[in-house]
Ligand binder design. Structure first.
Ligand SMILES: O=C([O-])C(=O)C[C@H](O)[C@@H](O)C(=O)[O-]
Ligand SMILES: [Mg+2]
Length: 423
């Protein structure tokens, strides 16, 4: 099969919900259900491709509006698909939970385009009999390293039964969490989601992790909870202990101010989240590491282009994640496998999904903290239809339609404020 004309005949858009533990962050706490949307694209010759994206209602509505407009387009014509999606998304700015930075019109379009593009690459890979990473230039690594992504957390959702991860509200709890993830997945680097406790407590946590796991690279991400002054102080106190410090304070200008005064590299998935942010961030040396995320950088091909640009301007690359399932993990793995300058272990929330998935078991596994590139053509993962139906039913009955970490937290702590430039 040469992958010639393949026309989009049908697109299915299915929102899902899966169980999520009470993970704390600067915006509040994760609700009991995480929402995702699965895209299935089917061609006139019967090939199908998969994409996965956010499940928030405004985004889901846009996906549902765009899907019919793509029927009849050739799967290779992604420029045409981008044009049609741009016209439908229009000026609406989505993505308002704030943990993936500012929303812009372009980012809203890229977020909608992304899962369709991934599904089309899945189809094109299947048609050509090659993995998606081959459509992105071919693999430069056989397996993609991921980091243990630690969160401060409660032992259960209020009123619920304790989960198997237990509470982590102090350094000892985080060390225990890291040990569990390293034992189960073999991770070789660690990221701590900060911005939850006052900075000195989070400094103590990093020191405890540094002592418990000597030589293991560590990152801390307070999601802009600190002022530039605090960011500089923390960076000095943790000098030598961090591989990089992620989004300590808001805005490109704040990050540039911090960057001028510290030796530790600064990373972001908040102040540089769309192409228009790159020139000012590069000009002011605000960041040294960009966390790519194909879900909002417009899919895998556009993310690969951004990666090349980062290489040109001397920025390092890592990869960001939100709560996700296996289609996203497969897409992230193909992109990372084909990106020569993506040299840090990527983020993943996979351990927190604790075995729940929409893809059939077997294709994705962790070996020494890394996911080997799936073997099959395309993304190399198959939809588990029973799991899809169950998770869709959960979506219909869970009562959530958009992520709201802050609203959920305020049910238990009415005085809670989002920590943005707070400490
Ligand atoms: O690196 C990050 O900023 C994230 O992973 C954002 C996520 O939304 C994370 O904070 C979470 O899951 O709560
Ligand atoms: Mg981050």
């Amino acid at each position: 099969m040469d992958g010639g004309n393949m026309i989009i005949q049908e697109i299915r858009v299915t929102p899902l919900a899966f169980r999520d533990p009470p993970l704390l962050n600067a915006a509040g706490v994760h609700e009991p259900w995480a929402l995702r949307t699965i895209i299935e694209v089917i061609t006139d010759d019967g090939l199908s491709g998969l994409g996965e994206t956010y499940g928030d209602l405004d985004h889901l509505t846009k996906m549902r509006e765009c899907a019919p407009a793509l029927i009849g387009v050739d799967v290779h014509h992604t420029n045409e698909i981008y044009t049609r999606i741009s016209a439908i998304v229009g000026d609406v700015v989505s993505d308002l939970h704030g943990l993936t930075g500012t929303s812009t019109k372009e980012k809203s379009i890229d977020r909608v385009f992304s899962p369709f593009e991934v599904a089309l690459l899945d189809i094109r890979g299947k048609a050509a009999g090659v993995p998606v990473c081959d459509l992105l230039g071919g693999r430069v690594r056989e397996a993609v390293p991921y980091s243990a992504y630690l969160f401060y957390k409660w032992d259960s959702h209020p009123g619920g039964t304790p989960d198997r991860f237990g509470a982590a509200l102090d350094p000892a709890g985080l060390v225990e969490q890291a040990a569990l993830f390293i034992k189960e997945y073999g991770f070789r680097s660690i990221k701590l989601k900060g911005g939850v406790l006052p900075p000195d407590d989070e400094i103590a946590a990093i020191r405890a992790l540094h002592e418990a796991f000597p030589g293991v690279p560590l990152r801390l991400d307070p999601n802009t909870a600190w002022t530039p002054e605090t960011s500089i102080r923390v960076a000095h106190e943790l000098q030598g202990a961090l591989q990089y410090l992620e989004d300590p304070c808001p805005e490109i200008s704040g990050m540039a101010d911090v960057s001028r005064n510290i030796a530790t590299k600064l990373a972001t998935n908040m102040c540089v989240v769309t192409p228009e942010h790159l020139p000012p961030a590069i000009a002011s040396d605000a960041i040294q590491v960009l966390l790519l995320d194909h879900h909002y950088w417009g899919g895998l091909t556009r993310s690969a282009q951004v990666a090349a640009l980062c290489g040109t301007f001397g920025l390092d690359l890592s990869m960001h994640s939100n709560s996700h399932l296996g289609i996203s993990l497969a897409a992230m793995t193909h992109l990372a496998a084909a990106t020569p300058n993506l040299t840090y272990a990527c983020d993943t929330h996979t351990p927190w999904q604790d075995g729940q998935d929409v893809v059939a078991p077997g294709a994705l596994r962790f070996v020494d903290g890394a996911v080997p590139v799936p073997d099959g053509p395309g993304l190399g993962v198959e939809l588990d239809r029973e799991a899809l139906a169950t998770m869709h039913e959960q979506y219909l009955t869970c009562g959530l339609t958009s992520r709201d970490d802050t609203g959920y937290m305020r049910r238990f702590d009415p005085e809670f404020v989002v920590k943005r430039g707070h400490w």
